[in-house]
Design a protein around this ligand. Structure first.
Ligand code: DC
Length: 270
């Protein structure tokens, strides 16, 4: 993709929060024409286990209601790629002090892809959307996401992005640490077997078959890591709605979330 991020500076460098609200708002979907009839924009926080379809739900909702969508996992992945490119993994171990020192130079931005209407992730001006989805980044991201300095910097950036509200953000700690005051919080889960089956089907469809048992083991391992780390572990916020989508279709989930959104925006108008 040739889209240049320079004409749309959207987020500050990881270590430096911006003082301009306009600069920190990723340009998401266009607001619907009736936006003025909805006086209050809200924050929608969607957290949950890996491979439970929360990004699909979050993107669909953002598109339907004209909100910005932010994939917070993409930010952790971008910092991981940054660390890898700076040779900060030695024998599989992360040089934590090295990453902390270089963090202020990592600038993560999102640029709207005109073709899909969804944001693409840029790292210091380079489109890294595809690179951050690879297995290499996936297998290095956990130690980066557990580092308190990284979490503090990314949390600050995410809070900046949500300053004007009108945002749907998904991740692991959005309703607990990033936006504890979000008006609508959803915690999504599904059984490990169902999530492994979905992942298995996705890989099959992409022509990258893998053994079901290996996928299931990986899903369980990631659940354990996400929910046992010291800083901002994956937890359902006390005021989050629980959605177990093990036996729901994507359409049913979409309808469920839109209905919860309508309830919240209706009641916040009162
Ligand atoms: O959702 P994902 O698989 O793209 O997330 C990538 C990694 O980042 C995963 O290890 C969990 C972590 N993450 C996090 O710690 N906090 C978030 N808010 C989002 C993702």
């Amino acid at each position: 993709m040739n889209q240049q991020p320079s004409n749309r500076p959207l987020t500050p460098a990881a270590g430096r929060p911006s003082d301009s609200r306009r600069e920190t708002r990723p340009e998401g979907n266009r607001p619907p024409s009736d936006i003025n009839s909805r006086p209050k924009k809200i924050i929608v926080a969607i957290d949950g286990h890996s491979s439970c379809g929360k990004s699909t739900m979050a993107k669909d909702l953002a598109r339907a209601v004209g909100y910005i969508y932010v994939d917070s996992g993409a930010m952790y992945r971008a910092i991981t790629l940054y660390a890898m490119r700076h040779g900060l993994f030695k024998d599989g171990r992360l040089d934590e002090a090295g990453l902390e020192a270089l963090l202020p130079e990592a600038r993560i931005t999102f640029v709207r892809d005109e073709a899909t209407g969804l944001p693409r992730t840029f790292l210091n001006g380079e489109d890294v959307e595809d690179a951050i989805r690879g297995l290499d980044v996936s297998s290095h991201v956990s130690p980066v996401a557990t580092l308190p300095a990284v979490r503090a910097a990314l949390t600050r950036m995410q809070q900046e992005m949500g300053r004007g509200r009108g945002i749907v953000m998904d991740g692991r700690d959005i309703g607990t640490a990033v936006f504890p005051d979000a008006e609508l919080k959803v915690f999504v889960t599904a059984s490990a077997e169902v999530r492994a089956q979905r992942r298995y089907d996705e890989l099959q469809a992409k022509g990258q078959p893998a053994a079901f048992d290996d996928i299931l083991r990986n899903v369980r391992e990631r659940d354990y890591i996400d929910s046992h780390r010291a800083v901002a572990p994956l937890r359902q916020a006390p005021d989050a709605l629980l959605l177990d989508n093990s036996h729901m279709t994507i359409d049913q989930q979409r309808a469920w979330l839109l209905e919860r959104f309508r309830e919240k925006t209706k009641s916040s108008d009162n």
